[in-house]
Design a protein around this ligand. Sequence first.
Ligand code: BEZ
Length: 209
Amino acid sequence: MSAPSMTLFHNPASPFVRKVRVLLAETGQQDRVALHGCMPTPVNPDAHVVQGNPVGKIPALRLADGTVLHDSRVILDYFDHQHVGNPLIPRDGSARWRRLTLASMADGIMDAAVLVRYETALRPVEKHWDQWLDEQRNKIRRSLAELEADAIAELTSHFDIAAISVACALGYLDFRHPDMQWRSDNPQLAAWYADVSQRPSMLQTQPPL
Ligand code: BEZ
């Protein structure tokens, strides 16, 4: 086996990184990528990441020729064009826009959940903005309610960009926000997640305890 030609700037806690690693595992491409661990936060960017991605966010992917791709959506699309199996991002038609919209809702859940994490873990408690925190949590609850009401059959139908993204969002809620108890109001989503979280790609990419 040859050495990986690409470097993924990653942190195992990031749900955005996890999406990429799940897609790599689902498409048999893990060995193509070396992982470079880093822990950028909004108040402490990582110098290596900033070199390639001025926004300073992970994941970022350095290709063999030095080109850097970001963000997670671009990297997912890149790797989905690099395997010979069925695409995990539909190439065209209404399926493309629906699956990407579900993935975008999952990204919105991750965005809100990561912002809540930063606010509560990094900011001094006397500076916490409770109204803002409540609204981030409301975004999460509204999005979960819509997935529960409208998307279970679609998520169950195949483990593609939409399902990977929702699974990684739910995994992050379990990891950082168990107090939200998202399963209580979303039993179908909970049953679906109990199943997909046992896939090898999900087990291999679990966030650290
Ligand atoms: C976290 O520790 O929750 C985290 C780390 C990196 C990116 C996003 C979230």
